[in-house]
Design a protein around this ligand. Structure first.
Ligand SMILES: NC(=O)c1ccc[n+]([C@@H]2O[C@H](COP(=O)([O-])OP(=O)(O)OC[C@H]3O[C@@H](n4cnc5c(N)ncnc54)[C@H](O)[C@@H]3O)[C@@H](O)[C@H]2O)c1
Length: 277
């Protein structure tokens, strides 16, 4: 029970990685407020997890919705220890050259509004309560926060912006509130949505052959499920183990940066030397 009696607010907690974080936090003894734009998903998660969670339907792009989420959380559970900023959308690696001029402006605004403004507004709304509790913020970054090829120009720019945001907030809020990030790679069990302005609303992340893609691309040679990423969020929320950390972003992506010039089949020599384990 690493989070016994702790209270967290998770944006995008209705699906994929956010839902896995919510489930793991509850397992670890926390109470959790789920803030998501999908009523159906909120209902499904709150039904499954019972009295340990509440749901707030709203849009992370709206200051009023972010404030309401914090107020509802504190009303239900008495305090807030951890904000997890996580709600996000993808651009399906749409290249700049293939993006029509008239779609680009609205696509840029939509992408930055959800992936960056959504985090900044959540932080602003949660800060007074986190100051009181000496709590922490944890933001979902991405492999696209460090490397190209995990999205198009728009997505990659938003996720790089998230790293700068984390560092600046860590600087501004120390020593009272710590701010860290987790940078996952491809996530199994995700329903990551595209952007409406690019006509991607109907595309389904779950239809990607994620296992095959990750096997080819990652040194660790497989896709990881949302549940396997959730432990990193426990680490950053757990008050016992992470007190020295602020401004850090954990690369938690199957080793993308460890590939270098080599093919993904890097451990072949070990198999030759030691046989199949
Ligand atoms: N899926 C991946 O492979 C992957 C890889 C690296 C990073 N990420 C990041 O992980 C985070 C979670 O994504 P996921 O893959 O779990 O996707 P997901 O779509 O399964 O979950 C995201 C949730 O955010 C909610 N949401 C989206 N826009 C919102 C808004 N404007 N207001 C309120 N809620 C909103 C959605 O309703 C959804 O429930 C995102 O920040 C994403 O960029 C995903």
């Amino acid at each position: 029970m690493q989070l016994k009696d702790q209270v967290a607010l998770v944006t995008g907690g209705g699906s994929g990685l956010g839902r896995a974080i919510v489930e793991r936090y509850v397992e670890e003894g926390a109470h959790v407020a789920i803030f998501d734009r999908s009523h159906e998903r909120i209902e499904e998660v709150t039904r499954a997890l019972g009295g340990k969670v509440i749901g707030i339907a709203g849009d992370v792009r709206e200051m009023a919705d972010n404030k309401r989420a914090v107020v509802e959380c504190v009303k239900a559970f008495g305090k807030l220890d951890t904000l997890v900023g996580n709600a996000g959308v993808w651009d399906w690696s749409k290249s700049l050259v293939s993006t029509a001029d008239d779609a680009l402006v609205s696509a840029f605004d939509e992408m930055f509004a959800i992936n960056v403004k959504g985090y900044v507004l959540a932080a602003k709304a949660a800060l007074p309560e986190l100051y009181k509790s000496k709590g922490q913020m944890i933001f979902t970054a991405s492999n696209a926060s460090f490397y190209p090829g995990g999205g198009g120009v728009l997505y990659t720019a938003t996720k790089h912006a998230v790293v700068g945001m984390i560092k600046q907030m860590a600087h501004e809020f120390a020593p009272h509130v710590r701010v860290n990030g987790v940078a996952p790679g491809g996530i199994g069990g995700s329903n990551l949505a595209g952007i409406g302005a690019l006509g991607q609303a109907g595309q389904k992340f779950s239809e990607l052959p994620l296992n095959d893609l990750m096997k080819q691309m990652l040194p660790l040679e497989r896709a990881f499920h949302a549940r396997e990423y959730a432990g990193a969020y426990v680490f950053f929320a757990n008050r016992k183990d992470n007190q020295p950390g602020t401004g850090g972003v954990l690369n938690f992506d199957g080793g993308i940066g460890m590939r270098g010039f080599a093919s993904a089949n890097m451990g072949a020599e070990l198999v030759e030397a030691f046989g199949n384990a």
